[in-house]
Design a protein around this ligand. Structure first.
Ligand code: 3UK
Length: 524
């Protein structure tokens, strides 16, 4: 068996992947393409550069040489925007036996200070425009990392790479060795370092990207979610690299306008977005209709895609959106809709190769149709959080991963999201899912975004409250409030209509676009 070899057996329980005893993911995702004759093919399109597989391989080797000289088995904190350097650093580190830790590029100095201390990284590489928060964070440290460099520009890591050798033999790692970390933002508390192995990227790329989406080397992928977010990390890096396809990178902040510009310029065949972005894009399409003719299909994850947004997108563009649920801990999507099997408003069915169960408080499977806690088991799940035995014990239950989500399986076998366990609330002893009420409200033509939380009424009993962003702020008037309440009363169980409707300019969100309902709960 060669060092990059993975063999796949089709068993009744799903595909079984076996790895060569020595397995360094860089051989499988980068070097293999040279042997397979893709050297002259483009791996990356971006505003700053176009990069072929041959150039990518050479630059990863140069980067591995620089990093290996810094010291093997160290950790490398990457605060790097979506540009080709991200690839050189990430794969060069893995090839040289270091552990890369890509982190969010939109944070403040205090956050970087936390990440530097928590990760104990000996090397920090950052995009030059982030110099202010990075330097401010470095100043607060008792002990500075041994090497701090910008990714590109004068005196940068790219300059060291230019002077380095173009050959490098991958370190003889194993498929289950620790390979890279991603930080999980979480809705509360400090982020947690999620430790992933070499094999985890292979499982997500093979089981979800190749087999469910059908990504092949002829595709061009564009992800609105950035590379530091494990959704974007798969969509825009490991998936195209696994099959020898092309990715489109943009370091610009994600806005509907930016996504339309990139799609028209680089003509991707697959677009990966998140629900709030699809809603904003639809709104923008009322005034400018972009040319989306290159896009064969779209994907959505990060939070549940309301059926209404799915349908309006389909009506307006003719393009399908495949919703699937994934997480940083599982690395990518493990329940998904399919090209030929989509149930709008649901997350779809398990991706073969993953085991899924919905359980009650005693970890007993619930009866069909009952809501419970969603758990997943599969080859890509993280075994632990860095330095957080308490959180590891709560989340990693043997081989099962507790997602923190509430789900039920409908009569046709589709998995339906009922919100986060901590966003759920009871009205008159009956469970209320914010998502169900939000899906009803967002179907109103004047509503752009909505979030529902439980709020105490005069009697201290919880009732739904809705926070709404309007398409046109001028539409705010009391009759609209009545109309929205009436719409919910007509379509939902009586107790679920929102007793309060607050029109707001925007909703609090995490950097990955998830609504922070806990912030709205404390706002009253
Ligand atoms: C929620 C969804 C309903 C759910 C992610 C795809 O979002 C990702 O990772 P995170 O670690 O958050 C995980 C949590 O987000 N969620 C994600 N997708 C859906 N809820 N429907 C969905 N389709 O609460 C989950 O536990 O930020 C998504 C791929 C990789 C990812 N990291």
């Amino acid at each position: 068996m060669r060092n990059h070899t993975v063999t796949i057996d089709e068993s009744p329980a799903g595909p079984m992947l076996t790895f060569a005893p020595i397995f360094n993911a860089t051989n499988a995702f980068i070097d293999r393409h040279i042997e397979e004759g893709r050297g002259n093919k483009f791996a990356i399109y971006s505003a700053s550069a176009e990069v072929t597989y041959a150039q990518l391989t050479e630059r990863v080797n140069r980067s591995a040489n620089v990093l290996h000289d810094f010291g093997s088995s160290q950790r490398l904190l990457m605060v790097v925007k979506d540009r080709p350097e991200f690839f050189y650093l990430f794969w060069g580190a893995i090839k040289a036996g270091l552990v890369p830790i890509p982190v969010n590029t939109l944070l403040r100095a205090e956050d970087y200070q936390f990440l530097m201390v928590d990760s104990g990284a000996a090397i920090v590489v950052y995009s030059p425009d982030l110099v202010e928060p990075i330097e401010a964070a470095l100043e607060t440290l008792d002990e500075a990392p041994a090497h701090v460099l910008t990714a590109h520009g004068k005196g940068s890591f790219m300059e060291l790479m230019a002077a380095a050798d173009i050959d490098f033999e991958a370190l003889p790692t194993a498929a289950q060795d620790d390979c890279f970390w991603l930080y999980s933002s979480g809705s509360t508390g400090n982020p947690k370092g999620v430790v992933h192995a070499h094999q985890d990227m292979v499982f997500t790329s093979e089981l979800y990207a190749r087999r469910i989406l059908g990504v092949t080397e002829t595709e061009t992928c564009f992800s609105a979610g950035k590379l530091f977010f494990s959704y974007g990390f798969g969509n825009a890096m490991t998936f195209p690299l696994w099959v020898g396809a092309t990715t489109v990178l943009s370091e610009a902040r994600t806005t509907p306008e930016m996504t339309f510009d990139v799609i028209e310029r680089f003509r991707p065949t697959i677009f990966f977005g998140v629900p709030t972005l699809y809603a904003q894009q639809l709104h923008l399409m009322d005034s400018v209709m972009p040319d989306l003719s290159s896009v064969k299909f779209c994907c959505s994850a990060g939070e549940a895609l309301p059926a209404d947004v799915y349908q309006r997108w389909k009506d307006k563009t003719g393009i399908d959106i495949l919703d699937g649920i994934g997480s940083t801990e599982a690395l990518h999507i493990f329940i998904s809709n399919r090209h030929d099997d989509t149930q709008p408003g649901s997350s779809g069915k398990p991706v073969p190769g993953y085991a899924i169960r919905i359980v009650d408080k005693d970890t007993k499977p619930v009866a069909p149709g009952e809501v419970g806690a969603l758990q997943v088991r599969g080859g890509s799940t993280a075994k632990h959080y860095w330095n957080r035995p308490d959180k590891t014990a709560e989340t990693m239950l043997g081989n099962w991963l507790n997602t923190g989500d509430v789900y039920y399986q409908d009569n046709d076998g589709y998995y339906v999201n009922y919100g986060r366990s901590d966003d759920m609330f009871k009205v008159g002893a009956m469970w209320c899912s914010p998502f169900e009420i939000e899906s009803c409200l967002i179907a109103h033509p004047k509503v752009l975004e909505v979030a529902v939380v439980g709020r105490d009424d005069d009697e201290g009993l919880i009732k739904p409250a809705a926070y709404i962003v309007l398409r046109n702020p001028e539409d705010a008037d009391p009759s609209l409030e009545d109309e929205l309440k009436a719409q919910c009363k007509a379509e939902l169980a009586g107790y679920k209509y929102p007793r309060w409707i607050e029109i707001v300019e925007n909703l609090p969100k995490t950097v990955t676009g998830k609504i922070q309902r806990f912030k709205l709960r404390s706002r009253v």
